[in-house]
Design a protein around this ligand. Structure first.
Ligand SMILES: NC(=O)c1ccc[n+]([C@@H]2O[C@H](COP(=O)([O-])OP(=O)(O)OC[C@H]3O[C@@H](n4cnc5c(N)ncnc54)[C@H](OP(=O)(O)O)[C@@H]3O)[C@@H](O)[C@H]2O)c1
Length: 239
């Protein structure tokens, strides 16, 4: 059994997930690089170094989550950190009244249902950690307060699928944090900022090195840190 802290980051073959895994490894965590593409996941883990290992994790195949849990249990006996980072944004620029329902369904499958199901599958292992941390990578675009402001400048991101999925992620954070409030486990939502990735696009102001900081902070919170919150960097965001 490992004495190091063990972290699993989903969607860690590129973008914010890869950078989050890199920063956690630099802090001494044993990092599991979750990715659905083996070649990319392996290359990502190798680029991080010996503390990182590829784990096959396709968020579209919840039937495989049991195998992931079994692997972590047999190899480490616990999970200290789960960063639910994998996500998709299929309906940028689309009107809620015209978005194909299948696109909305696909978005919720990955961003919400898979995230919830993976967390449920791994929670027994997170409970065995002395200081479990669950980070749900959300977005400020999931803020009901922001979307309810008809004057807010959200550009092409007034879409229901993506924004609605992140609002649901935030509700999972709040409800799970309440369920676990008498345990050492902390559950928080992270808004990375608008970050240059395949999803964020080239026009984004933040580099991944800064974009990953919120997830890393919430993954490494001390015992007196917050739970059930929604954060960007050190700032609390409105739900
Ligand atoms: N970039 C931003 O400005 C921004 C802002 C707010 C929130 N976020 C959130 O940050 C998270 C990371 O996004 P990113 O910007 O780093 O985007 P990205 O570069 O497009 O990376 C998304 C990651 O999710 C993975 N993924 C998607 N569907 C998957 C599935 N079914 N199974 C396994 N992995 C899957 C992708 O894997 P593949 O390569 O296999 O597709 C990839 O590793 C997302 O939750 C996103 O909503 C990003």
């Amino acid at each position: 059994m490992s004495q190091s802290k063990v972290a699993l980051v989903t969607g860690a073959n590129k973008g914010l997930g890869l950078e989050t895994a890199r920063q956690l490894a630099a802090l001494g965590y044993e990092v599991l690089v979750g990715a659905r593409k083996e070649a990319e996941g392996t290359a990502a883990a190798e680029s991080i170094g010996p503390g990182a290992h590829f784990v096959a994790l396709d968020m579209s195949k919840p039937s495989s989550f049991g195998a992931v849990s079994k692997f972590i249990e047999e190899r480490y006996g616990k999970l200290d950190v789960l960063v639910n980072n994998a996500g998709v944004g299929h309906d940028k620029g689309m009107k809620p009244s015209e978005t194909p329902i299948d696109l909305i369904r696909q978005t919720f499958e990955t961003n919400v249902f898979a995230l919830v199901e993976l967390t449920q599958a791994l929670l027994p292992l997170i409970r065995t950690s002395e200081a479990g941390r669950i980070v749900n990578v959300s977005s400020v675009l999931g803020s009901l307060n922001l979307n309810a402001d008809l004057n807010a400048q959200l550009g092409d991101w007034r879409s229901f699928g993506y924004n609605g999925s992140k609002a649901a992620v935030n509700m999972f954070t709040a409800t799970l944090a309440f369920e676990l409030k008498d345990t050492p486990i902390k559950v928080n939502s992270a808004h990375p900022g608008w970050v240059k990735t395949d999803l964020g696009g080239d026009g984004a102001p933040l580099e991944v090195s800064d974009g990953a900081k919120t997830s890393v902070r919430l993954a490494t919170l001390p015992a007196d840190g917050p739970t059930g919150g929604f954060f960007h960097m050190n700032n609390t965001l409105p739900w």
